[in-house]
Each structure stands twice: as structure tokens, then as C-alpha cells.
Write a protein that binds this ligand. Sequence first.
Ligand SMILES: [Zn+2]
Length: 178
Amino acid sequence: MSIRGDLQRLLDACGVRYFSANELLVHTGKPLNHEPHPSQLDNILPAVLVLDALRSHLRRPIRPASVFRSPAYNASVGGATRSQHLDFVAIDFSTRRLRGAYDLLLSWRREMKMFRSEAPFFPLGKDAAGPERKPLPMWEERGGDSQLFHWLGGLAIYPSKNFIHIDARGSNRTWRGA
Ligand SMILES: [Zn+2]
């Protein structure tokens, strides 16, 4: 079993259309960077689902630029000490018309827009301890076999570096980078 194969199976189970495990396991920052731990794989699903919806809406390519960061790699790029990238919860990406994509994400989050996920699964909370697995706070059981997904997380634009950061930390935070 490889990390790549396991992640791809998760993406397929969630109906992710536009992103592959290969794209999300970005090979930046080697040799300091490495792949996420197998126990972290579920953490990226909420951000991927948001990005998949954004990609569908924009009808133009989105390129993940930085996803998982090891502590050493994160430190080398000046990342926050408790960066969401360390937990495989965040995605930095670029696309044409960065501002348009950012404004759309912002409005989705402002409206607490719900994305319906037909896949019967519960992502893990990144703070899940021991064998007790608990769902992320933005997932709610709403009856039947479908679940409604509230995106609660970080959203930032870095205009001079030409990328947008999103994460699914479970609470909302917005900031503007350099
Ligand atoms: Zn980021």
C-alpha cells in the first residue's frame, strides 16, 4: 500500500473530480519535505472538496502549489509555527484571475454555502485522539445517506506571490498575505 494509492482511493470515494493524489502530494521542498503520515490523509479532504467545487465553478485549471509541509520544510519557508500545512489541512494554489477565485471562495464561506457530498464517509478531525475518531466540525449528519458540508476554515490571498491559501481548520479566519 502506498500513500499515493491510499489517497487516490479516498478521493475517488468522495467523488473528487479534478484533483489526483499525485497533484496533492506535491514534491516541493525536497529533501526537507516528505509525504504526510498515513494517519493524516483524511485531513485534506474538506479543502479538496472546496477546491473541486471551485474548479467546477470557474471552469479553468487550478494548480496546487503547496499542500503538505514537514516541520523542517515549513520552517525553511517561513511558515507559521502551527501552520495548517503541517497537518495536511491546507492547500496553496494558483489559477488565472486570482481575485475572481478568491472573491468566489469568500462569498461561499460568508454564506456558509453547503456542498452536498453523496459519499458515505466521515473525515477525521485533525485533533482526533487515540482510537476515538470524530468527524470534523463542519460535517453534519442531515438524515438519509447524504451529508451536508459546511466549510469552516482559513482563506488568504497572496497577490504578489500569486496564490490563494485555503484550509479547513474548523473555524473561520481571513487574512491578506504579501
Ligand atoms: Zn498556505
